[in-house]
Design a protein around this ligand. Structure first.
Ligand code: BTN
Length: 334
């Protein structure tokens, strides 16, 4: 069920001019006083709403407000983001999503926070998660697939994020191209823009739930010195800030569409072309670091199971599974 606030935001956004109080009351089925109260709340949350007598209400500025109603009012999906849990501050959206899963939350639940105190990266690393500038979100799913196939969903998410970001760049006539560093870093200008961490609870042949956590540097102003050559943000590349709620909604839409393609074959065969088109590794020399094994080779693309194909010096092809593995460019981060 859509909340009244979500409906008001949708109506205000779709209206070019003013929307009269009367119209709002009729469309929402609430009283004038209720409308006035909602407008007051929205203003307090940072929305710039102009109220003019005999004309009504107009949304004059859409600030980068992140909240449940803001996200819901932009979502156009059927199941991805069906429930949205928003917190100003949390430990980690992955931890929260797992907790909600244990309590029975539905597949498609999306957890979003404005700040994380214990943001988790891959391989036990910390994901710095300052307030007010980035996207920290986790999608909870209960997919009917074998646990061995779960890592492919990380690739589906990576592709979806890359496509949503590329759309923003294209709409601004920016010529830069988003790429994916297998398995799950989205890069821009050869620097990391997005990290993805997938965790799951499974039996040997059955996934109880899976959480796909996405961290995106959106409006990050400055990075610590040690990260300056390795990380970037959308704001740093575009020169202006980007609306985080809209970005989240676009990613959910892409993910839902891509997941429908994945679901048909339960592998990446229907998405390989799109993935290869944005792959940063293809035909690049890479170093593969697997637990207890380290080697170099040339990345030749991925197969339909999402494994990276690495050609070694003796021309043998290694199929690298996207588990606890790290792949680095030989000469740079990518
Ligand atoms: C990586 O190491 O590249 C993965 C980073 C994943 C970070 C995101 S932010 C939202 C979600 N919550 C977490 O604690 N981690 C993921």
């Amino acid at each position: 069920m859509e909340s009244t606030k979500t409906k008001i935001l949708k109506l205000l956004r779709s209206e070019k001019g003013y929307l009269s109080g009367q119209e709002l009351c009729e469309k929402l089925g609430v009283s004038r006083t209720a409308v006035w109260k909602y407008m007051k709340q929205l203003k307090e949350e940072g929305y710039q709403i102009q109220a003019v007598q005999n004309k009504g209400y107009c949304l004059v500025d859409v600030p980068d407000v992140l909240g449940e109603s803001e996200i819901k009012s932009r979502l156009t999906t059927k199941w991805a983001g069906k429930e949205v849990y928003f917190q100003e501050e949390t430990d980690s959206t992955n931890t929260q999503a797992k907790k909600l899963a244990e309590e029975g939350a539905v597949s498609g639940t999306l957890v979003v926070a404005d700040c994380q105190k214990k943001g988790k990266g891959r391989r036990g690393r910390v994901w710095e998660s300052p307030k007010g500038s980035s996207v920290y979100m986790t999608l909870l799913m209960r997919p009917d697939i074998l646990p061995q196939r779960a890592s492919m969903l990380t690739l589906v998410m990576g592709l979806s994020v890359a496509q949503a970001v590329q759309k923003i760049l294209d709409s601004e006539k920016c010529t830069q191209k988003v790429q994916i560093k297998w398995p799950n870093d989205v890069v821009l200008n050869r620097k990391k823009l997005v990290g993805i961490l997938t965790e799951m609870s499974a039996q040997i042949d059955y996934i109880e739930y899976l959480v796909i956590g996405v961290g995106i540097n959106v409006n990050t102003g400055e990075f610590p010195e040690e990260l300056q050559d390795k990380a970037t943000s959308l704001q740093a590349e575009l020169g202006h800030s980007v609306n985080r709620a809209e970005l989240i909604a676009q990613i959910m839409k892409r993910f839902e569409d891509n997941y429908a393609i994945f679901e048909k074959t339960q592998d990446l065969s229907g998405l390989l072309e799109e993935y290869e088109a944005v792959s940063a590794n293809c035909q690049q020399p890479v170093k593969v670091l697997e637990p207890g094994k380290e080697y170099t080779g040339i990345a030749r693309g991925i197969n339909k199971m999402g494994e990276l194909l690495v050609e070694r010096e003796d021309h043998r092809i290694e199929q690298v599974y996207a588990g606890e593995v790290s792949v680095r460019g030989l000469y740079s981060y990518v």
